[in-house]
Design a protein around this ligand. Structure first.
Ligand code: AMP
Length: 191
């Protein structure tokens, strides 16, 4: 299986680039943020719980997120592979993902990390708020919080994959097409 972690801070372009990658490599896109938002819309218990964290720009607890991710992976019958978008966001999630993939005889091939500097992220998120309708994109205080959480809790996950020789940094500034090409060339080289 071609399993890729598409990594980066909020607003780095993970969702946009995921669409390109799933099309080219015939992968299943698993965005934990999207799954949480679908649960909020469906007014499930998981949605209610997730919302209380998401509204503040905090991470949903690891145990909840990991259980959800596992069941989403198992829903797919014979996938070519997965794009994990917005997961793992902590070292505990990364370790749980490895452990779980092992049980289905699989593993992560690459972590592709989109790098975009903070001011650009803030501009992009506020602009996206108009289209996404997401409350967590519209409020500068929540945006600050999400970026802080990324720097403190999520960015260290890069080291987890560096230690495994799977980390590749990708310049996330440029046209959408340019960035897609950067991703394709790294994947094609490794795959
Ligand atoms: P995203 O759509 O990836 O920007 O995620 C939106 C929000 O969902 C985040 O700010 C978190 O509150 C929550 N979330 C998404 N993925 C995770 C994860 N892997 N671990 C914990 N919380 C998450």
């Amino acid at each position: 299986m071609l399993n890729i972690v598409l990594f980066g801070p909020p607003g780095a372009g993970k969702g946009t680039q995921s669409e390109r990658l799933i099309e080219k490599y015939n992968l299943v896109h698993l965005s934990t943020g999207d799954i949480f938002r679908a649960n909020i819309k469906g007014e499930t218990e998981l949605g209610k719980l997730a919302k209380s964290f998401m509204d503040q720009g905090k991470l949903v607890p690891d145990s909840v997120t990991i259980d959800m991710l596992r069941s989403e992976v198992l829903k797919q019958s014979t996938p070519n592979g997965f794009i994990f978008d917005g997961f793992p966001r902590t070292n505990a999630q990364a370790a749980a993902l490895d452990e779980f993939l092992l049980t289905i005889d699989s593993s992560i091939l690459l972590m592709l990390a989109l790098e975009v500097e903070e001011n650009e992220l803030k501009t992009r998120l506020l602009k996206r708020a108009g289209v996404s309708g997401r409350a967590d994109d519209a409020d500068p205080v929540i945006i600050e919080n999400r970026i802080r959480v990324y720097n403190n809790e999520t960015a260290p996950v890069k080291d987890y994959y560096k230690q495994q020789g799977k980390f590749v940094s990708i310049d996330g500034i440029g046209t959408i097409d340019d960035i897609t090409q950067r991703l394709f060339s790294v994947i094609d080289e490794k795959n």
